[in-house]
Write a protein that binds this ligand. Structure first.
Ligand code: ZN
Length: 166
């Protein structure tokens, strides 16, 4: 099971890796030593765009990956190609993009028990909900879901292009 630690520049990447089911921590700490300590203690692969941090992680025996490229899609495509992560969101495996917590699937018929104050229309339209076991944020396949699918299509395009180049 892959466990990642994203540095301060990779917040959006962290959210996406969680959605793709990877246990991913994020730290905005601007202290290389501390980041390396966290990665070591929690046995996480450090993802960074910072060459110096990358080098010192390797020196300290930490598995690290240097993320290249400017666009978000290029960066995510690199990471998921390298680590062989499937570019599909399976909500049963997704972790909470906000806090990395595990999520619980709750069918619409049970959702009222959770007293979440969701709009009636949402409760009527959607059949499946996912609640974070840690921060209790609730997710369903609404408008965001379609945007996410479009983003993943772009990422898959990038993955194909990379394969053609190499
Ligand atoms: Zn959460």
């Amino acid at each position: 099971m892959l466990k990642f630690l994203c540095d301060g520049m990779l917040g959006r990447i962290a959210r996406w890796l969680r959605l793709l089911g990877c246990d991913t921590s994020y730290s905005s700490l601007d202290d290389d030593k501390k980041l390396i300590e966290i990665a070591k203690k929690e046995k996480r692969i450090l993802l960074t765009k910072d060459l110096e941090l990358y080098k010192s992680a390797l020196k300290n025996g930490i598995q690290a990956f240097l993320v290249k490229g400017d666009s978000f899609e290029t960066m995510l495509a690199q990471i998921i190609s390298y680590f062989n992560i499937s570019p599909e969101i399976n909500p049963e495996l997704s972790r909470c993009p906000e806090c990395n917590g595990e999520m619980q699937h709750v069918p619409a018929s049970d959702i009222k028990k959770f007293n979440l104050n969701l709009p009636e229309t949402t409760l009527k339209v959607y059949k499946d909900f996912w609640i974070c076991k840690v921060c209790h944020k609730t997710y369903w396949k609404g408008r965001m879901w379609n945007n996410m699918k479009k983003t993943l299509e772009k990422v898959r395009e990038k993955m194909k292009n990379n394969l053609e180049v190499s």
